[in-house]
Design a protein around this ligand. Structure first.
Ligand SMILES: *Cc1c(COP(=O)(O)O)cnc(C)c1O
Length: 368
């Protein structure tokens, strides 16, 4: 127990993120049958917390898979036709790869990693072709860029398409209003801003999206949202769910709902601003090679990707920081060695983040 407590507030990896000991412990409860009253009560309790987190009155589907599973569900269940994928990082590139792997005709609107697609760019792309769906990543975990998914959903709707939103490092850490923004589909995973162990994914869809899915051929079986919707209405899941993860989710999602979304978003915002100010300090001291990869005004508050001098290797930095008790992340994909990432999301506090940044600063001071 002592060892567990000592490590709290040190794991600033951008996913999976740190999980509180109490939440981990909840998973050791004995199993229950998934077609019984006790499970239905557990499912209903999770729903009661997920709705305020997604800001919706719709049911929130719970998939025993990682988030990629529900990305695939979104594509498989989207209206038939051509798909436009907005790509500005490794996870949005994965969304596009899923579209292709599912046999959909598609086009890619790609912008440099670290940037976002502007609404003008999206509008232009939507004007060139008739699209059935658009894929977009809200908070690009590989670069730290934040897209305007509300604006993009509106443009998609005006062009007759649905918008599939991956908000894996968004929901629970940055504002996303499923109902008020009139989103069509949004998903997240358990192991990022929700600070749960990996293995569950959550999504909401409009009634119109589910209605239209009924008419889509080759939806497959495991990720058929029509099935999730039908079973969810009975507080059940289509297949045997990861019951122990549901125990953890019940505890943690209730804690998130109790913190309140506005307070949670503000805490993330505070941690992000601390990190950006710290990077400004590095820049002032050690030069322009240090910087926040994403542009001011389109940065996610949950993860920051930091550029480093060409003489640095991110892996050396990450390892030296680990030797001093803190876990941060390498860059991701093509930015693997040229950036490092700090995941300031989930249940982390500004106080512990300050410690982590202090250690990172000392290590960088020793390397430059
Ligand atoms: C982590 C992540 C995913 C993939 O999640 P898995 O749980 O590994 O399937 C997808 N999109 C974004 C933005 C992510 O951060």
């Amino acid at each position: 127990m002592t060892a567990t407590l000592l490590t709290q507030g040190t794991f600033f990896f951008p996913g999976p993120t740190e999980v509180r000991a109490e939440v981990l412990a909840a998973m050791t409860r004995p199993l229950i049958a998934h077609r019984g009253k006790a499970f239905e009560a557990l499912f209903a309790s999770i729903q009661a917390s997920l709705k305020p987190i997604f800001r919706t009155t719709r049911p929130v589907y719970v998939s025993s898979s990682s988030a990629t599973g529900l990305m695939e569900a979104a594509v498989r269940c989207a209206p038939e036709g051509r798909v436009l994928s907005i790509v500005n990082g490794a996870f949005s590139a994965r969304f596009s790869a899923i579209v292709k792997a599912c046999g959909r005709e598609s086009d890619v609107l790609e912008v440099p990693y670290g940037e976002i697609a502007t609404l003008d760019q999206v509008s232009d792309a939507l004007g060139k072709q008739r699209y059935a769906a658009v894929t977009v990543v809200h908070s690009e975990t590989s670069t730290g860029a934040l897209q305007d998914v509300r604006g993009i959903t509106r443009l998609a709707r005006d062009a007759g398409a649905v918008c599939l939103v991956d908000s894996v490092t968004g929901i629970g850490g940055v504002q996303l209003e499923f109902d008020e923004w009139e989103l069509d589909f949004a998903l997240t995973g358990s192991q990022k801003a929700l600070a749960l162990p990996p293995g569950l994914a959550f999504a909401a869809a409009t009634p119109a999206f589910i209605e239209s899915a009924r008419g889509t051929a080759r939806r497959g079986l495991y990720f058929d949202l029509v099935e999730f919707d039908a079973y969810g209405a009975k507080n059940q899941t289509p297949n045997t769910p990861a019951i122990n993860l549901f125990y953890a989710a019940e505890l943690q999602l209730a804690a998130i709902a109790a913190e309140g979304m506005a307070a949670r978003w503000a805490r993330h915002r505070r941690m992000a601003e601390m990190t950006w100010a710290w990077v400004d300090g590095l820049r002032a001291t050690y030069g322009d090679a240090f910087g926040v990869l994403a542009r001011e005004g389109s940065r996610t508050p949950t993860v920051t990707s930091i550029t480093i001098p060409p003489a640095f290797a991110a892996s050396t930095l990450v390892k030296a920081v680990a030797d001093r008790g803190f876990t941060i992340g390498n860059g991701y994909g093509k930015n693997r060695e040229t950036t490092f990432r700090i995941g300031h999301m989930g249940d982390h506090t500004p106080e512990r983040l300050a410690k982590c940044l202090e250690v990172c600063g000392e290590v960088i001071g020793g390397l430059v």
